[in-house]
Design a protein around this ligand. Sequence first.
Ligand code: DX5
Length: 219
Amino acid sequence: MALIVPSILSADFTRLGEQVHAVADAGADRIQVDVMDGHFVPTISIGALGVDAVRRSTTLPIEAHLMITDPARYVDDFLRAGANVVIFHREVLDDPRALISYLHQQGAKTGLAISPETDVALVEPFLDMVDLILVMTVHPGFGGQEFMAECLPKVSHIRAMLTSRGLGTDIEVDGGIHSGTAAQAVAAGANVLVAGSSVYGHPQGAAAGLRELRASIGG
Ligand code: DX5
């Protein structure tokens, strides 16, 4: 069964603790914190303080999705704040090996993310080094965007490479995931689904949004 990871970018920050509890109680597998620096992406969102607030609200694993130009400079802040999984973008480093090794030495799980325009060839050499590959299904920087189905062949390509090499690396998709798109992503080979607005923007509340998403993939 695919994992479901709500992104708090769409949560109501005036009651963040409650919003985290709601999805944790409804069966979320992890919580994602979207970190944006206004440079790699056009938006400034939250930093390690956001991870710390989520950390003090739940025992669930936390992913810090770093949409920032200089991840190596800041990873210690996110690890200290309680991030268990650190995902950074392949586009910002010529060679991600040193940062991947450093994160593993610190006991963190590591993910490499690729934006829609980035080719799978850029992550292929690292499939056996990371714990997950995050395939963005929207252009990073905003919640509530439309799902880009044209990114799914990348998911299938990565899944085929992992299978042929016997690797258990996770494939995560992020952006426009809701009950009408989740099954497509899973069918393409994704086993981790990030969802923001379909969970926190659901008319009956976050728990209902999560349950609807889970039901759409047979859960
Ligand atoms: C966008 C972020 C996503 C976003 C997902 O750059 O990486 O995690 O919050 O939001 P939805 O599910 O609304 O597309």
